[in-house]
Design a binder for this molecule. Structure first.
Ligand SMILES: [Zn+2]
Length: 392
């Protein structure tokens, strides 16, 4: 057993990180890159654990050092997970201030920044200064989809660890050995998730996760006329919103409740019957509570937008996978299709349409994803996309 076990099909990366944790090629800033689902943050977390490992074999996975890092409770390893659309200057400054502290007991003070591509330009500049003049025992592990997602000034100071899309076979094997999934389902889930390990696991183990995918893959056969396209767009956007709401509502409510507990009732009880001094405290406390609540609402709104956008992007990725399969069949490309559960339908469409039209459809999906990334109205963007998919 080792902290690197979760990294599927990344032997080269594992070797590099093992050596670095042992002291070979150590540096203060690391950049973990790789497509979504390839395991960037898993790799960063495993590396952080190996760096705090107290056994002779770095990353043993069982010593208290490894164990607490993996559980997220090690005092000298901080995980920064931006939940909103961006990380601003204020947050970056706080982060840099905490990072400057010497480790409390471990060898290194490790800051793991997931989704570092969400740093604003100002925040990136704050971080750059910290990386240019690093505290002696502080390490930065930054995770981004690709190195181009970070300003070149930061990028050039980092050692890059590039993860690749794990092969389908490796993902299927992992689902079988670790999650006890039967071989047919493991194969199906690994193919359908196209190298996204977390997604493959959800598809294999959670029946509810297969519903949205099935709904998305049913779209191409529904686009008979303009009215049907608009209806399908409306349905997809509604389903995505519902999926995102389900993911965020519970979290939002828990956060609001704990904020109220910290401020609300406590403040009014203290103020009651204590004369004017007490009343002043109450007014001050309620102002602070109102401002904290407003800040929380802002963060939650940003997270909700992000979650909805991510859910829609997953749906469009599934849709692109469908047309990619059609193209594979049309070109007789000799590679496997991912939606083996829909082979008959794919073959029909492949026979009825041309490879050129499949390419145009894939381009349209890509363009739609870019529009959404640039803040386009989701319903309008999806309507326009489905009309293009119908036209071919
Ligand atoms: Zn260990």
């Amino acid at each position: 057993m080792s902290v690197f076990d979760e990294l599927i099909g990344q032997q080269r990366v594992v070797e590099l990180l093992r050596e670095a944790a042992g002291g070979v090629g150590m540096t203060h800033a690391w950049l973990f890159t790789g497509p979504p689902g390839s395991g960037r943050s898993i790799a960063a977390r495993a590396f952080a654990a190996a760096l705090q490992c107290t056994s002779a074999e770095p990353g043993c996975g069982v010593c208290p050092g490894c164990h607490t890092v993996l559980a997220g409770t090690h005092a000298d390893v901080e995980f920064v997970r931006p939940q909103g659309l961006s990380v601003g200057v204020k947050e970056a400054r706080e982060l840099v201030a905490r990072a400057a502290l010497a480790p409390s007991g471990g060898r290194w003070h490790v800051m793991v920044v997931e989704d570092a591509d969400r740093l604003t330009e100002g925040a990136a500049n704050v971080l750059l200064k910290a990386i240019e003049e690093p505290a002696a025992r502080t390490l930065w592990l930054l995770c981004v989809p690709s190195a181009e997602d970070l300003v070149v000034t930061i990028r050039s100071r980092c050692r890059v660890v590039a993860l690749r899309t794990p092969p389908t076979d490796a993902v299927a094997a992992m689902l079988q050995s670790r999650d006890g999934v039967d071989p047919t389902m493991a194969r199906f889930a690994a193919q359908a998730a196209a190298g996204h390990v977390g997604r493959a696991r959800r598809l294999a183990t959670d029946k509810a996760a297969r519903g949205p995918r099935a709904a998305v893959l049913a779209i191409p056969s529904k686009l008979s006329d303009v009215g049907a396209c608009l209806a399908a767009a409306d349905e997809l956007v509604k389903a995505v919103n519902a999926e995102a709401a389900e993911l965020t509502t519970e979290l939002d409510e828990a956060e609001a409740a704990s904020l109220k507990e910290a401020f609300g009732e406590g403040a009014s009880v203290t103020g009651a019957g204590r004369g004017q001094g007490g009343a002043a405290i109450t007014r001050g406390a309620s102002r602070a509570a109102a401002s904290a609540l407003k800040e929380l609402e802002g963060r939650q709104k940003s997270r909700a937008t992000r979650t909805t956008r991510d859910a829609l992007d997953r749906a469009l990725t599934d849709l692109a996978g469908f047309y990619r399969d059609v193209l594979v069949l049309q070109l007789n490309a000799g590679v496997g299709i991912s939606s083996t559960d829909r082979e008959a339908e794919l073959r029909q469409l492949a026979a009825r349409t041309t490879a050129e039209s499949s390419l145009r459809r894939l381009d349209a999906i890509l363009a739609c994803r870019e529009l959404l990334d640039a803040n386009a109205n989701p319903l309008l963007a999806v309507e326009s996309l489905l009309l293009q998919l119908r036209a071919g």
